[in-house]
Design a binder for this molecule. Sequence first.
Ligand SMILES: CC(C)(COP(=O)(O)OP(=O)(O)OC[C@H]1O[C@@H](n2cnc3c(N)ncnc32)[C@H](O)[C@@H]1OP(=O)(O)O)[C@@H](O)C(=O)NCCC(=O)NCCS
Length: 210
Amino acid sequence: MPEGRREAGLRVRPFDPAREADRAAILDICLRTGDAGGDASALYADPRELTELYATPYLDRMPEWCFVAESVGSGSAPAAGDGSGPVVGYILGAPDTAAFAAATGLRLPEFAGHPAHLHVNLLPEAQGRGGGRMLVEALLARLTAAGIPGVHLVVDPRNTGALAFYPRLGFTELARTPTGVPFARTVPQPEPSSWSPRECRLQAALTDPG
Ligand SMILES: CC(C)(COP(=O)(O)OP(=O)(O)OC[C@H]1O[C@@H](n2cnc3c(N)ncnc32)[C@H](O)[C@@H]1OP(=O)(O)O)[C@@H](O)C(=O)NCCC(=O)NCCS
């Protein structure tokens, strides 16, 4: 398992399907951020109505496209004996939205030239600390490694935080409708020789299978 990136008391690492705590935390965070970025706990008698749309299919079918943010450092209770901290955020997605929709039966929008899509969520106490940027960069690095040219997502128009966040990460707003605001960005496909030292380190950390 690569060590992952660490910043501002948060560390990003690949999701580990063998760790039940990873999965449980992701489902919990999905629910606690599922109402336009706010807590959706009161909206669902059965949380699976939400998590089976936005989390479970990805964890089951696309685990290698999921990363988690852990809280590390002072004040964080260790969640395991290996120094990992509690999972406070995640990103997940699919590199080929059309194929994923066909496999899962989910109805998902598609945007030409941007075949991948993502979902990123952090608990309130982990927001505003650079974790969202780290998670998106982790997924972008993996998309780059896989040669995927572009990625999109759709934001609830009430979610003002997310509407402000994605443009900071290089995403362009494609439209504004009452039901959703789609964003997309191209995925960098540089020659390895043109990568910055930071990009090289990130790429190595995230693609090293060891
Ligand atoms: C939206 C979310 C993923 C952003 O992650 P985050 O860790 O809070 O954001 P970061 O600290 O990485 O911020 C990255 C950039 O976005 C900006 N940004 C993030 N949230 C912002 C906000 N609410 N208002 C204005 N700017 C914001 C930051 O200022 C920062 O800009 P900079 O790096 O250019 O200085 C996170 O707040 C979250 O999970 N919110 C609840 C769930 C949600 O809305 N998910 C998205 C559903 S589409």
